[in-house]
Ligand binder design. Sequence first.
Ligand code: FEO
Ligand code: CA
Ligand code: CA
Ligand code: CA
Length: 601
Amino acid sequence: AGGTGSAGGALTFSPVPPNVLDRVLVPAGYESAVVIRWGDPILPDAPALDVHRQTPRRQERQFGFNNDFLGVLPLGRDRALLVANHEYTNEELMFPGFTSLEAMTVAQVEVAMAAHGMSVVEIERAGRSGRWRPVRGRRPYNRRLTMLSTPFRFDGPAAGSAWLRTAADPAGRTAIGTLNNCAGGVTPWGTVLSGEENVNQYFVGGDAAPEALKPRLARYGFPVATRFPEDSRRWERAQERFDLARHPNEAHRFGWIVEVDPYDPGSVPRKHTAMGRFKHEGANVIVSRRGNVAAYMGDDERFEYLYKFVSAGRYRPGDRRHNLSLLSAGTLYVARLTGDSPPSEIDGTGTLPSDRAFDGTGRWIPLASGNRSFVPGMTVEEVLTFTRQAGDAAGATRMDRPEDVQPSPRTGKIYAALTNNVERGIGGRPDVDEANPRRENRHGQVLEIAEDHGDHTGETFTWSLPIVCGDPDDPNTYFAGYDKSAVSPISCPDNVAFDAAGNLWLATDGNALGSNDGLFATPVEGPERGHLRQFLTVPPGAETCGPFLTGDGRSVFVAVQHPGEVDGATLDSPASRWPDGDFAKPAVTVVWRPDGGRVGS
Ligand code: FEO
Ligand code: CA
Ligand code: CA
Ligand code: CA
């Protein structure tokens, strides 16, 4: 693995400096190009983007907005399927003359709904380099999944439960659309998992929802105090299911892990209730030594939890039909982390305790297994649908916004981006602990988990914080003990990926150090552990998503999400003109070495 380039997968690129440039900046010796951008046609007869003539019908056939997770699934040596999440929309950057969400027409609301979801696009290597582009013409795999009209089937123990039944779906088995898809993962059997994250922001009418349901809605951030929350997207004007006063259970039909089979364009994607419902950042799967698969997952909100799902069945290489059933039944766990240093030594600044490490032990606490609940007073359907409350009951550890969580395919150790938590220890909110050691945490940290005996089906683990983010000149940062004069500043890690050599790649969202977000890489084993360097930066207002490194090591795909998302900026008055020089468009880029070498070397 790893292709050409220096042996052993060493990272030798020259880091790019922090900057506020309106471009994608890559190291010397690298090139980058847009693969696909918002509005590019992907289905037959789709027109090119024309923001003055945009319609729901057009948008349903074009690449969606705000690309986030990326998966690149092989179709042969020089062909692949690019799968992208479209997390949310920036109406102010999509519609000329935008004034307010309330003033949008119903047709514009439907455009926004069609711009959410996911895309599948066939791509090909351009020439012999690491550059990729969409394949032209009618492509059988190309597909859009949208909030307007795409059916998703529930499976697992909570499918069909009373909590999922609505007037439009009395059986509680089919939802329309997938919502606020953030990160995700590619499974060993060639499907894509995608996390439904901040689904609460699309609903109104919580004030008139059934009283008994309000605490459960509120625990997930659905507004229950007012009819029209501030900044409401007012989707109920297009489809009344977004009015909780009329359809309160519609809320529970989002917040799941969805599985999409891009190799089967006619397949109905699924929402896996066995994997629990929360603000799913994403899910990444590893096959355990026993053959059961473990999926690691974060609930991205301040003080929320880390989760693990272990399948009841075992992975069978080559038996795709069987493997497609693995995430439908199993055991759902939530994490409790305990520090090994005296709590008095965790002073809230980030100063290392006397053992020179933020580290300790942990337990995976089972919440439900098969049709059995382990949470007193909650049925299995309730544990899976109101998983946050189950985690509360289990005494799980309240983390600093768990974003992407991914096992290293090289070592099996698991890495979680804890992006930040400015409320840690502030105003009566939970105070620091050894895993979340900084008060008013603006820059976040990276958590490393090692399952005891390397067993991903087990219930005990050890953990440490290899990276405590921020400016390396800040004494309260930590880079695995590496010489801090040689590392790049990093703030707000969000997405996690690995190259074939096992180097950890981190993408950021919300750089609190004042410069643009970007992509970083560091070894996590050996003497170079903690030698973190910045590989690229994205334009102002953008967050860095994906990333995805191809198995041959020659290409890294990066999703540039919400370029130009800056207070006061609009399509007519843009803060970024990337990538085409007119107005900002979210786009997928690919970075490669023209000499064909391995990315990172
Ligand atoms: Fe959509 Fe948690 O980032
Ligand atoms: Ca310690
Ligand atoms: Ca994210
Ligand atoms: Ca984020």
